[in-house]
Design a protein around this ligand. Structure first.
Ligand code: PLP
Length: 513
C-alpha cells in the first residue's frame, strides 16, 4: 500500500512514538480506515527512513494500544477508527488543507452561465435511478462475446494493437469497424479518419464543437420538447437557443424555415425524437437537409435509439442524405452495451471541420481505454454486436406490447399512450384530475420506472405527462409491475377521491395532443 508517513523527528520524543502518532493521525483523518492493511515493517523502514527496530517498536506500541492488530501470515490491519481528538503531534496535510479559508473564485462569464443553469447535481444523482433504465439490464447484455473478446486482448496476442497511437480520434481498429458498421446500418459513407470515438459524445464532442465554432449570440435551433443537455451546453457557450415544435412526424421543419433568421446549427434526434418518440419522416428529412444547404447551417444529428424501432423500416440518416457536407452525426452504445462498454462516436464532415477538431482534441482530450475499444471493434467485426441488437429489438418489441396492453386494459380512461414505434420508453398522459405525486408514488411502490417530462420543456410542460421505461424489465415482471401500479392508482382514487370503480371504468379515453 502506498502511504505518506507524515511525522516529525523531535529530539524530545522517541522516534517510534512520533511514527506511531503519525499513523494514528492517518487513521483519525480517514487516510487509513478500519480493516486497511498497513505497510509491513520492512516497507515502513523504507517509507519513513527509520531502522527496523524503530518500525518494530512503533507497531508494538500500536498493537498494545489496540489501534492495529497483527494477523499471522497476513500482516497488520487497522482495528478501529480513532476519534478526531487523538493525541497527534501535528495536523495532517489533509486537515490543514480543509481548514484553509476558501477564497471565492473570480466570477467569469462561464461561471455565471454554469450557475444560471441551476444544474442540481445531487438531485440528478437521485434521479439516476431512472437513467439506469435507459440502458439494457445486465441480463440482456452479450456477456459471452464481451468476455471472449476481453480474454483475447488480455492475452496480448497481438501486442502491436496495444501500442500507444496518440491518435485523438481513437483506436484505428474501432474507427474502421464503425465506418463499416454505419455504412451497413445507416447508409453513411465515411472514412475512418472522420470517425471520432468519445466516452460521452453528447457532452464532450458537442462542447468541443461549440468552443471552436459557436460564438456568443449565435442562433441554435433545438426540438421542443427536447433533450435538455445539449440545450445547456449551447447556453454555456452563450448561444441563443430557439425552440422548434415537434409533432408526430418529428421536428416541424416548416416552423424552422419560417423563422428567416441566420441559424448556425440545428440539433435534432431523427430516429427517436427525445422524448416524444416520433420518427422524422422521409419528406422532412429531405426538407431539413435542403434547408441547411440553402441557409449554410450545420445539422447536429443525434441518432439516439436508431437501433430500436418496432415495425418500421429504418430511414437513412440525415448524414447519408446530405452526403456528409454539413451534418455531424452522433451515436451512442449506451442504449445497447452500457454499463460494460460506455462509449459513443461522432462522424464529422469530410472538410476542414474535421482537421480543426482533430488539432483541438489532440490538445484537450487524447486517450481512451485501449482494451475497451478493441473489444468493441471485435464485437462489431464478428457480427455479435448486430446480433445482440436484433435480439434486443425482438425482446423490446414484446416488452413494449406488454406495457401498452397492460396499461391500456387496466387504466382505460385514466391515461392515453403515445404509441410511438421506436425507443425504450412509452410517453403516457394521465388524466389531469390525478395528482402527479400519486402517480409517481404508485409507480415507485410498484417498481415501475416512471418519470415526469418537465426537464424536456422550456415552458408549458404538461403536468401529467410521464415516460415509462419498459425495455429493461422481463415481460412477466413488467406485467406484475403494471398490474400493481394500476391497482394502487385505482385504490387511491377510490379512497382519496371517492371515485368508485364504475365511474373509473366509464371514463372516455384522453386524447394525446
Ligand atoms: C437524446 C439523447 N442523446 C444522447 C444521449 C447520450 O449519449 P452519450 O452519453 O453516449 O453521449 C442521451 C442520453 O440519455 C439522450 O437522451
Amino acid at each position: 500500500m502506498e502511504f505518506v508517513v507524515d511525522f516529525e523527528r523531535r529530539s524530545d520524543v522517541p522516534l517510534y512514538r512520533s511514527l506511531a502518532t503519525a499513523i494514528k493521525a492517518a487513521i483519525s483523518d480517514g487516510r487509513l480506515r478500519p480493516g486497511d492493511k498497513i505497510p509491513s515493517v520492512r516497507m515502513l523502514c523504507e517509507l519513513a527512513d527509520v531502522s527496523r527496530n524503530t518500525a518494530h517498536q512503533c507497531y508494538q506500541t500500536l498493537i498494545d494500544e489496540g489501534v492495529i492488530e497483527a494477523v499471522i501470515g497476513k500482516g497488520a490491519f487497522v482495528r478501529k477508527a480513532l476519534a478526531q481528538d487523538v493525541n497527534v503531534s501535528r495536523k495532517s496535510l489533509h486537515q490543514s488543507e480543509i481548514e484553509k479559508p476558501q477564497k471565492a473564485p473570480r466570477q467569469t462569464q462561464m461561471i455565471e452561465n454554469v450557475l444560471s443553469m441551476e444544474v442540481d447535481v445531487l438531485t440528478h444523482q437521485k434521479t439516476a435511478q431512472a437513467l439506469k433504465h435507459q440502458m439494457p439490464s445486465l441480463a440482456d447484455l452479450p456477456l459471452q462475446s464481451i468476455k471472449r473478446a476481453m480474454a483475447k486482448h488480455s492475452r496480448f496476442e497481438d501486442p502491436s494493437l496495444l501500442a500507444y497511437s496518440g491518435d485523438p480520434f481513437g483506436h484505428p481498429n474501432l474507427r474502421e469497424a464503425i465506418a463499416r458498421y454505419v455504412l451497413r446500418a445507416r447508409a453513411i459513407k465515411c472514412s475512418p479518419e472522420q470517425v471520432v470515438i468519445s466516452s460521452r459524445p453528447s457532452q464532450q464532442m458537442l462542447d468541443l464543437y461549440c468552443r471552436l465554432f459557436i460564438e456568443k449570440g449565435d442562433l441554435i435551433a433545438v426540438e421542443h420538447p427536447g433533450y435538455s443537455q445539449p440545450r445547456q451546453i449551447f447556453q454555456l457557450h452563450d448561444a441563443r437557443v430557439l425552440p422548434i415544435p415537434v409533432d408526430e412526424s418529428g421536428l416541424q421543419v416548416e416552423a424552422l424555415a419560417a423563422l428567416e433568421k441566420p441559424i448556425n446549427m440545428v440539433y435534432v434526434t431523427p430516429s427517436h425524437q427525445d422524448p416524444t418518440g416520433a420518427i422524422l419522416s422521409q419528406s422532412r428529412r429531405k426538407q431539413l437537409v435542403d434547408w441547411a444547404r440553402q441557409n449554410n447551417a450545420v445539422i447536429w444529428e443525434d441518432d439516439v435509439e436508431n437501433e430500436y424501432r418496432y415495425g418500421s423500416e429504418p430511414l437513412p440518416a440525415l448524414y447519408a442524405l446530405d452526403g456528409g457536407e454539413r451534418v455531424i452525426y452522433q451515436s451512442t452504445f449506451w442504449r445497447t452495451l452500457c454499463p460494460l462498454i460506455r462509449m459513443g462516436f461522432v462522424i464529422l464532415p469530410a472538410n476542414a471541420t474535421t482537421e480543426i477538431i482533430r488539432s483541438a482534441k489532440y490538445m484537450l482530450d487524447r486517450d481512451l481505454p485501449i482494451v475497451e475499444q478493441l473489444v468493441l471493434a471485435d464485437l462489431i467485426n464478428d457480427g455479435s454486436y448486430e446480433r445482440h441488437v436484433r435480439e434486443m429489438r425482438k425482446k423490446f418489441t414484446a416488452r413494449r406490447m406488454t406495457a401498452v396492453h397492460g396499461l391500456t386494459v387496466s387504466l382505460n380512461g385514466l391515461l392515453s399512450i403515445n404509441k410511438n414505434t421506436a425507443g425504450l420508453h412509452l410517453r403516457v398522459l394521465f388524466d389531469a384530475s390525478i395528482p402527479r405525486d400519486l402517480i409517481l408514488n404508485c409507480g415507485r411502490d410498484a417498481g415501475l420506472s416512471i418519470t415526469g417530462t418537465q426537464a424536456y420543456y422550456l415552458c408549458d410542460a404538461p403536468q401529467n405527462e410521464f415516460l415509462i421505461q419498459f425495455a429493461h424489465v422481463e415481460e412477466e415482471d413488467l406485467k406484475q409491475q403494471i398490474d400493481l401500479f394500476s391497482r394502487q392508482i385505482k385504490a387511491q382514487l377510490n379512497t382519496q377521491f371517492c371515485m368508485p370503480d364504475q365511474v373509473l371504468a366509464a371514463r372516455p379515453a384522453i386524447p394525446f395532443s
